[in-house]
Design a protein. Structure first.
Ligand SMILES: Cc1cc2nc3c(=O)[nH]c(=O)nc-3n(C[C@H](O)[C@H](O)[C@H](O)COP(=O)(O)OP(=O)(O)OC[C@H]3O[C@@H](n4cnc5c(N)ncnc54)[C@H](O)[C@@H]3O)c2cc1C
Length: 388
């Protein structure tokens, strides 16, 4: 496969000169760790103190990483990206909660998104997080194998009902549904529940997608076992394959509680594990559909090579590439230009509610120095090409 990600004219074709400058400025700031720490603390304080900082946040990080405050607000971005063949996944970015009311609010929001995106070719997926639909502690208790109290059992039935309502609606409207992966100590219960949904709604094709976090060394075995069960019960598997976003938390908890960390011993092992999972899915594409959620160029090239060597069409409906909005435009837009299926997560929500998401993006880009360096060098190259 010839390199395709160096083409910055395609990568940034939707960015005006001033948007390019903003992106460059933003990634330069994010690369500076002390600045991110101070900026995060100041922003949190300003929001809590109700200082008028929303306009500033909106004009900088928010507009770079988010689509808008609600679905309608996202449409200009969605439509613009779709002119270049890049689809969107509207991601209502809510965080976990301890009470039940917000869970029903999230359910209503996701159901609304499903109605909103039906028949919109530019938005082929909806998405939610398990802890948007149930308390983290409840998933955790169930995952640990501890018996639930009667009240908790009833609460769990409400969580199951929320999942089922959403999956049924996605199935009825023929919109694929991605269910995000979270911390390993709550994920067992989520996996069991998502499998139940796949058994019900993935009879003909993958509508419901679970997430496989390949920084976990036990995930290949899990995928193979799930595949056996899918063959026996005759349902399709949908899998978003990612590396995983909670590595530090996972390692810290394991060390604190004295159990073996579920995380691979090195980045190299995670990389190999990711590529093994992708290769396994490509070998079994009749049974498993893939959403490869990654900003890693090597993994993306590896998947492109596998598609080519197996004579799989670039736009095979069972294979999607996914990146986050505001990141890795060189991957998304160059893939779409070659006819591959690409969808970018487009977070939306009120500015103060998406702050945790934005702070994570800033911190992630600071700690994964390689990624920021890459973003910056591409932006620099494009500025030079445009002579700005
Ligand atoms: C569309 C999309 C959807 C996503 N959905 C989810 C989701 O549902 N759940 C979720 O958890 N994450 C999700 N992520 C985030 C993802 O898991 C990664 O954190 C992020 O994409 C960075 O990984 P990478 O493959 O892009 O690139 P890279 O930069 O190559 O990989 C970085 C990742 O490698 C792993 N890693 C780094 N150092 C080590 C080490 N020393 N040992 C072992 N492993 C290491 C970590 O997972 C780290 O995040 C999603 C990402 C995208 C693009």
């Amino acid at each position: 496969m010839k390199p395709i990600f160096e083409d910055t004219a395609t990568a940034f074709s939707l960015k005006s000169d001033s948007e390019l400058e903003r992106a460059y400025f933003l990634f330069k700031m994010i690369a500076n760790e002390p600045l991110v720490r101070i900026g995060t603390a100041m922003t949190n304080f300003a929001i809590k103190a109700k200082l008028p900082v929303e306009g500033l946040i909106r004009a900088t990080v928010f507009d770079h990483f988010c689509g808008g405050v609600n679905e309608e607000d996202c449409m200009p971005v969605v439509d613009k990206m779709y002119t270049k063949g890049v689809c969107s996944v509207l991601d209502y970015s809510v965080e976990g909660t301890d009470t039940e009311d917000p869970l029903d609010d999230t359910l209503q929001k996701v159901l609304h998104v499903l109605d909103f995106v039906k028949e919109k070719d530019a938005i082929p997926f909806a998405v939610f997080k398990p802890t948007g639909y149930g308390r983290f502690a409840l998933f955790q208790k169930l995952s640990s194998g501890e018996p639930l109290t009667d009240a908790e059992q009833k609460e769990w039935e409400r969580v199951v009902a929320r999942f089922d309502k959403t999956c049924k609606k996605a199935y009825d409207l023929d919109v694929a549904l991605l269910i995000d992966g979270e911390e390993s100590w709550m994920q067992g219960a989520a996996d069991t529940l998502v499998e139940q949904m796949m058994r019900k709604y993935n009879k003909k094709k993958a509508v419901v997608f679970n997430t496989l976090q390949m920084y976990r060394w036990d995930r290949m075995a899990y995928l193979k076992e799930l595949h056996e069960r899918a063959k026996a019960a005759d349902f399709k598997i949908g899998m978003k394959v990612v590396r995983g976003a909670y590595m530090e938390k996972e390692n810290e908890r394991a060390a604190e509680k004295g159990y073996k960390t579920p995380i691979c011993a090195s980045k190299k092992e995670t990389d190999a594990n990711f590529e093994t999972a992708v290769a396994y899915i490509i070998e079994n594409l009749d049974a498993i559909s893939l959403f490869a959620g990654t900003h890693n160029e090597e993994s993306t090239y590896a998947l492109l090579n596998l598609m080519q060597s197996n004579s799989i069409a670039n736009d095979d409906a069972r294979i999607w590439f996914g990146q986050l909005y505001g990141m890795s435009e060189h991957i998304s837009f160059n893939l779409a230009a070659k006819g591959y299926n690409v969808a970018k997560y487009l977070p939306f929500g009120p500015v103060k509610d998406v702050m945790p998401y934005l702070i994570r993006r800033a911190e992630e880009n600071t700690s994964v120095a390689g990624q920021t360096t890459r973003e910056l060098s591409l932006l620099k190259k494009e500025r030079k090409r445009r002579k700005i």
